[in-house]
Design a protein around this ligand. Structure first.
Ligand code: HEM
Length: 122
């Protein structure tokens, strides 16, 4: 547990984060822009890894132990447009699960720097 877990609590702790990630992965595989990236993906594993990742980023008592971001997204030829589309789908999920707007933006701000490890082409 970190000193400031207010964002973690605003997201409804681990159960709240997991519910958003379940919704998110369901939407990703249904989104025409995103589906091609995830066609060989184990959904349950992705939900689990994303939940750990966002729990940690929110200041919760989790440690992400999955593949490092750069490695996980290498060779996928992800561009800025793909990244923005994924964020758009995440916003749909956060809205659908009733995450407060401030808590949505705070999480996006913590995830945004990861674009450096995820985007590998124009
Ligand atoms: C801040 C943005 C992102 C975060 C935090 C994130 C996070 C993650 C995490 C935690 C994993 C699991 C790694 C593991 O299994 O150990 C993963 C895998 C993956 N991500 Fe991302 N990701 C982001 C952006 C993107 C974007 C923009 C795309 C494509 C448009 C993408 C496509 C994928 C795919 C295809 C996998 C592999 C799933 C599999 O088959 O195992 N990600 N990501």
């Amino acid at each position: 547990q970190t000193a400031d877990d207010s964002l973690y609590r605003a997201w409804g702790q681990k159960a709240g984060i997991q519910a958003v990630m379940q919704d998110f992965v369901t939407r990703l595989v249904a989104d025409a822009r995103m589906a091609p990236f995830f066609k060989n993906t184990n959904r349950d594993n992705l939900v689990t890894q994303l939940t750990e990742q966002l729990c940690q980023q929110a200041g919760g008592p989790c440690v992400y132990k999955g593949v490092p971001m750069k490695e996980a997204h290498a060779d996928m030829a992800i561009g800025r447009r793909d990244f923005n589309a994924l964020v758009e789908v995440l916003q749909q999920s956060m809205d659908a699960r009733g995450i407060p707007f401030d808590a949505q933006n705070a999480m996006l701000a913590r995830l945004a720097p990861m674009h450096r490890d995820v985007i590998t082409r124009d």
